[in-house]
Design a protein around this ligand. Structure first.
Ligand SMILES: CC(C)(COP(=O)(O)OP(=O)(O)OC[C@H]1O[C@@H](n2cnc3c(N)ncnc32)[C@H](O)[C@@H]1OP(=O)(O)O)[C@@H](O)C(=O)NCCC(=O)NCCS
Length: 179
């Protein structure tokens, strides 16, 4: 495991064993995000038993280096996550996607997502993955967060996903060139 102290929390990159051990906490973090109304794959009422497979299905990709997983730890508790997901296509060795930028609802606006994103971007840069992309619910807290971090809006797709209450909502796609 690689560790770096980054006030106000510790940001840690997980190896495959650490990632697997963290799945119950990551599953709970995803439920907390849905409970707070975030558009992160699931609908209202989802349980940790239902979100855990999302993480479990990616263990092999953490093991084989396609995914780098970062967590924020505060007082020995996982309060945030971010994934760097590398393109596997031969024509895009320079590209990666950012996913599951989650900060527990009790720990927001303390700079934790900023620290997680900095760790993921440092890792991407070090690996030559300078073209990054991500998407999020248009007008959400995350939309404001990404803009604050220098992400460039590519465009908005209407009705791209369902909000937690089942209503179709738009998604904004962003890119960031790290060079
Ligand atoms: C989006 C999210 C990750 C931000 O995490 P965070 O740790 O609170 O973010 P930070 O404290 O690093 O915020 C940095 C800056 O982003 C902007 N920002 C963050 N949250 C914001 C909000 N709710 N409204 C407006 N701007 C916001 C601000 O400019 C903020 O700086 P400031 O606090 O000095 O004003 C968090 O709200 C979250 O987990 N939301 C639910 C999950 C989600 O939607 N994730 C994205 C999936 S694509």
């Amino acid at each position: 495991m690689t560790e770096r102290a980054s006030p106000p929390v510790t940001i840690r990159e997980l190896d495959a064993a650490g990632y697997e051990a963290a799945i119950p906490d990551l599953a709970a973090l995803l439920v907390d995000a849905v409970d707070s109304g975030a558009g992160v794959n699931f609908l209202a009422g989802v349980t940790a038993d239902e979100t855990a497979p999302w993480w479990t299905e990616r263990i092999d990709q953490v093991r084989n280096g396609v995914i780098s997983a970062f967590v924020a730890i505060d007082d020995e508790r996982i309060v945030g996550s971010t994934l760097l997901i590398r393109s596997r296509n031969p024509n895009s060795p320079h590209r990666a996607e950012i996913g599951k930028v989650l900060v527990h609802s009790s720990a927001r606006r303390r700079g934790i997502a900023t620290a997680l994103m900095a760790a993921a971007e440092d890792r991407a840069r070090a690996d030559g993955r300078w073209m990054l992309m991500l998407d999020t619910v248009t007008g959400s807290a995350a939309d404001a967060f990404y803009r604050s971090q220098g992400w460039v809006e590519l465009g908005v797709m209407p009705n791209h996903a369902l909000a937690t209450d089942g209503t179709p909502t738009p998604t904004t796609f962003f890119w960031k060139d790290l060079r």
